[in-house]
Design a protein around this ligand. Structure first.
Ligand SMILES: Nc1ncnc2c1ncn2[C@@H]1O[C@H](COP(=O)(O)OP(=O)(O)OP(=O)(O)O)[C@@H](O)[C@H]1O
Length: 209
């Protein structure tokens, strides 16, 4: 599970952003919405330990992220936090399979390789594994990036505008997949978005001002 307390962040030369406390248990989903500039991406980066707060705490499964040194934070993120972005950021010259297994190869773990066939099957990307990223549609790339985020069996799945570039059909399919997979893996799912279509799918919702 993940929760925050009194979280604030100061961008260099920017205003102090203060965030409402949030909590999400494994298997649950929370939508974080708000107007442009409200701090949605900043909050997501704080939750992922990619930014360090000016004050306050982020806890993932009992570990306080601001207490971790940068190298320990990177290792913790690799094991416990899955990230999905609006664009998938795959390496163009590698196949989808190579892209998906790259993070595990870097930390010399076999577990994701063993999990890949089942996960690929569930996300309907088995036939795409040997293709290059540019050969996939947006919706297919997004399903592949969900597989990449889930391969390490993270405690928390963080998604930044995962459906913004998708049509209604793919938006709903990707949202359902995120929810279903997070529930099956007992991961806490947090989605940052201004996509109103997602409010119909996810009931728990925090609005940043
Ligand atoms: N690198 C930066 N340096 C200074 N200020 C920044 C920086 N990045 C973001 N900000 C400011 O922090 C605030 C929050 O930005 P953030 O990108 O988190 O908002 P957002 O809600 O995700 O917006 P959008 O929906 O437009 O992506 C904004 O006022 C923005 O101008």
């Amino acid at each position: 599970m993940i929760y925050t307390k009194n979280l604030a962040y100061a961008h260099p030369n920017g205003r102090l952003l203060q965030f409402p406390d949030l909590a999400c248990e494994g298997g649950n989903a929370l939508l974080i919405t708000g107007p442009s500039g409200a701090g949605k991406t900043t909050l997501l980066h704080l939750l992922a330990g990619l930014l360090r707060p000016a004050s306050g705490d982020v806890q993932v499964g009992g570990t306080s992220l601001p207490q971790l040194k940068p190298s320990a934070m990177d290792a913790f993120r690799g094991k416990n936090i899955g990230l999905v972005f609006q664009r998938s950021h795959f390496i163009a010259s590698l196949s989808i399979k190579e892209n998906l297994l790259l993070p595990a190869a870097l930390v010399k773990e076999d577990h994701p390789r063993e999990r890949l066939p089942l996960l690929a099957d569930k996300l309907r990307i088995t036939a795409l594994l040997h293709k290059k990223p540019a050969q996939l549609s947006q919706g297919e790339q997004q399903r592949a990036s969900i597989a990449r985020a889930l391969l390490q069996s993270p405690q928390v799945l963080l998604a930044d505008e995962p459906t913004a570039s998708l049509d209604d059909h793919n938006c709903e399919a990707v949202a359902q997949l995120l929810a279903e997979q997070a529930q099956q893996q007992n991961a806490a799912l947090l989605i940052v978005t201004h996509d109103n279509r997602l409010k119909q799918i996810f009931k728990d919702h925090i609005q940043l001002l």
